[in-house]
Design a protein around this ligand. Structure first.
Ligand SMILES: [Zn+2]
Length: 685
């Protein structure tokens, strides 16, 4: 073994903006750096709790916010890579690290002495002479540690830890069962004629899937996470459509080893017990207490309000589809597996729009520079300079330096556009360095997408969905970049889950804004702008099929709320999963048999194995603010520096440093109204 170079993770990066020195970091540096960082963090917390004098803002809160610097640096550097370039050795480290990291977090979050000091400060809030951000910092830390269980006695803490461990096992089991049953339920077709309507490429994919399963000569359709399936829109054979939808809806509820009904009942029961231990009536009450929603009743009120008009629209859409079927040679009553097929017929007839043919107008570099960056410049005065001398974790990453219009430096934006085998699916934003006045740091944020890389020398032509994703993720990036907070706890996107999608949803409004669209959507060969009639068709088709889309989303949100609103007594009963779900949907009027829920309980991974329990409502919750904000921009002249600055100063910049709804009120001049959302989704009546 050669003399090892010093571990570059143990000291702050020498690069501009503290961009991690990835060129010098090797996989074997991570675990020793985490070890050192855990030890340092524990020592820093011990130093806070050892202090004999009364807790003060300085000796407790400032010390707490200054602690964990190395852990923050190492974790951000590492987890950026696990998601975007998770090679086998990185994955092995991640697996080894998971229990260590969660044990470390428990140690800090449940530390009684630390909690006692923060509680003392929280009890005296009115007597302390604190700035608003300082006051909110005390409140938030107190709240978060209380929610985690730091205030419980030792016996209750022990039960809490046991519940957490059992829940962690159960959610993993749920996920494994779902994956296994999904694979098991792939549908085998003997004859290509049964798959009439698929494209040549799709058909050969099903033939290949059969070969992969040792079923040469047959055709295999694998299921997606949703209830619906993309092929349902094009398959002409009703029996084939029915087989696919039935298989999808039966996941996790067929009996046998992959059945999730018992698993989810126990998850629901234990979550209710944990909530009761922490002083709440239900898991939904526990979760929403620490969101902008505040309580389950606020969530239920919104969902109920939207459900009736959405269901009515879906029924009108059903009638229109039925009318087409009635003109056919052998009419029949529309069923759930027919919906997508007839919807597609209407879409083509009504809008005459081939979305795939639009790609030559969306060349990636032009969309980025003349669309995404252009809109940010017009609104916020930001300029972008590519730093070819700086590199992140992979050769495909590009680094841009941002400046304000007064010339001051703002931070770095890292773009990682392309898909690769080591990158997880989807698109996301994360921070490599978060802004903080206390630490003297400027932000370094990353956007990841999964765009296919073109052949060498060819341009990257985006789909309309990819253009939307680029604007969306850049909205999250701006939230991180514009942060002007003192304490790192509050930087940028460190806001409530039911608020965090709001800025990114708003940034999507500029995609179709005439000045922006005209600037970036130019044909790759001719430079011609997107024809006006195409723009009109796109705008018109935006609201198409919204009754169905809104209904299936609301149904899933309601099922999530129904399970997690149970008290411990109610959850103790041996509930029949299908009957419980049916009763819940009937209760809110979303029990239309031809409009199934987006997910049924037994395959609802977001809430039984992901992080969205009692929180699937978040998407529509933040869309209320989004639609209201889009209306505000529209009423005030749209794409102007003045409008952008107001949104930046009063909303994006404050991050999590104040009550987000108070920030919204400050920006908008009033609370959000629901009318713009109703209008957008065609629910105004
Ligand atoms: Zn998002």
């Amino acid at each position: 073994m050669t003399d090892a170079a010093p571990n570059p993770l143990l000291t702050p990066s020498p690069l501009p903006y503290l961009l991690p020195p990835y060129a010098d970091i090797r996989a074997e540096h991570y675990l020793p750096a985490f070890d050192a960082a855990f030890a340092e963090h524990k020592a820093e917390i011990a130093a806070i709790t050892r202090v004999r004098s009364m807790p003060t803002f300085e000796n407790t809160m400032v010390a707490l916010e200054s602690s964990g610097d190395m852990l923050d640096r190492v974790a951000r550097t590492f987890y950026t890579v696990t998601s975007a370039d998770g090679t086998a050795d990185i994955q092995a480290i991640e697996e080894a690290l998971a229990p260590l990291f969660s044990a470390h977090n428990d140690t800090i979050q449940l530390d009684s002495a630390l909690y006692g000091r923060i509680k003392t400060l929280n009890d005296q809030l009115d007597d302390l002479d604190l700035e608003p951000e300082q006051r909110y910092l005390v409140e938030r830390h107190y709240r978060e540690m209380t929610q985690a269980g730091a205030g419980l006695d030792d016996e209750a803490k022990e039960r809490l830890t046991a519940l957490n461990q059992r829940l962690s096992t159960l959610t993993t089991t749920f996920e494994k069962n779902l994956l296994a049953d999904t694979n098991d339920l792939a549908i085998v077709f003997d004859d290509a004629a049964e798959l009439d309507g698929l494209t040549v490429g799709e058909l050969s994919a099903t033939a290949q899937a059969a070969v992969d399963r040792g079923l040469e000569g047959k055709y295999v359709v694998t299921l997606t996470l949703f209830t619906g399936h993309p092929y349902l829109a094009s398959l002409t054979n009703r029996t084939s459509r029915k087989r696919i939808l039935d298989a999808s809806r039966s996941r996790g509820s067929r009996g046998g080893e992959f059945d999730n009904r018992g698993v989810l009942r126990e998850i629901v029961r234990l979550r209710a017990e944990r909530a009761a231990l922490l002083g709440y009536d239900s898991h939904a009450a526990y979760v929403t207490a620490d969101q902008t929603a505040g309580s389950p009743s606020a969530v239920h009120e919104l969902l109920r309000r939207l459900a009736a008009p959405a269901a009515a629209n879906a029924d009108r859409e059903r009638a229109a589809l039925q009318a087409i079927i009635d003109t056919e040679a052998e009419p029949f009553a529309l069923e759930a597996h027919d919906w997508a097929f007839y919807t597609e017929k209407v879409r083509k007839a009504e809008f005459d729009l081939d979305r795939a043919a639009l790609r030559p107008w969306f060349e990636a570099e032009r969309v980025l520079q003349d669309g995404v960056f252009y809109a940010a410049h017009e609104l916020y005065g930001v300029t972008f300079t590519e730093r070819h001398d700086l590199h992140a974790y992979h050769p495909d990453t590009r680094v841009f330096e941002l400046h304000n219009d007064d010339g001051s430096a703002l931070g770095l934006f890292v773009l990682d556009l392309y898909t690769r085998d080591t990158k997880r699916g989807g698109a996301w934003m994360n921070s490599l360095v978060s802004q903080s006045r206390l630490r003297g740091t400027d932000p370094v944020v990353v956007n990841n997408l999964n765009v296919s890389k073109p052949a060498a020398g060819k341009p990257t032509l985006l789909t309309l969905d990819e253009v939307t994703t680029l604007f969306h993720e850049f909205g999250h990036a701006l939230h991180g970049l514009f942060a002007t907070v003192t304490y790192p706890h509050f930087a940028g996107t460190a806001v409530f889950r039911d608020f965090v999608e709001f800025p990114s949803q708003v940034n999507e409004m500029w995609i179709y804004w005439p000045e922006v669209l005209a600037n970036y959507a130019r044909h790759i060969d001719t430079g011609e702008p997107l024809p006006a009639e195409v723009v009109e068709k796109l705008a018109a088709s935006e609201t198409f099929n919204q009754g169905f889309a809104t209904s299936e989303y609301l149904a899933a949100s309601w099922i999530d709320q129904a399970w997690h609103s149970l008290t411990t007594d109610q959850a103790a009963a041996e509930l029949d999963v299908a009957a419980f779900e049916a009763a819940a949907l009937a209760d809110i009027g979303l029990d239309n048999p031809v409009v199934p829920t987006r997910y049924s309980s037994t395959y609802f991974a977001h809430v039984f194995s992901g992080g969205y329990s009692a929180g699937y409502y978040s998407y529509i919750w933040s869309e209320v603010l989004d639609a209201d904000t889009v209306q505000w921009f529209g009423e005030n002249g749209g794409l102007t520096r003045e409008n952008g600055q107001r949104f930046r100063d009063r909303l994006l910049g404050v991050g999590g440093s104040m009550d987000p709804l108070a920030a919204y009120r400050d920006f908008r001049g009033r609370d959000a109204e629901i009318a713009p959302l109703l209008e957008r989704r065609g629910l105004a009546g």
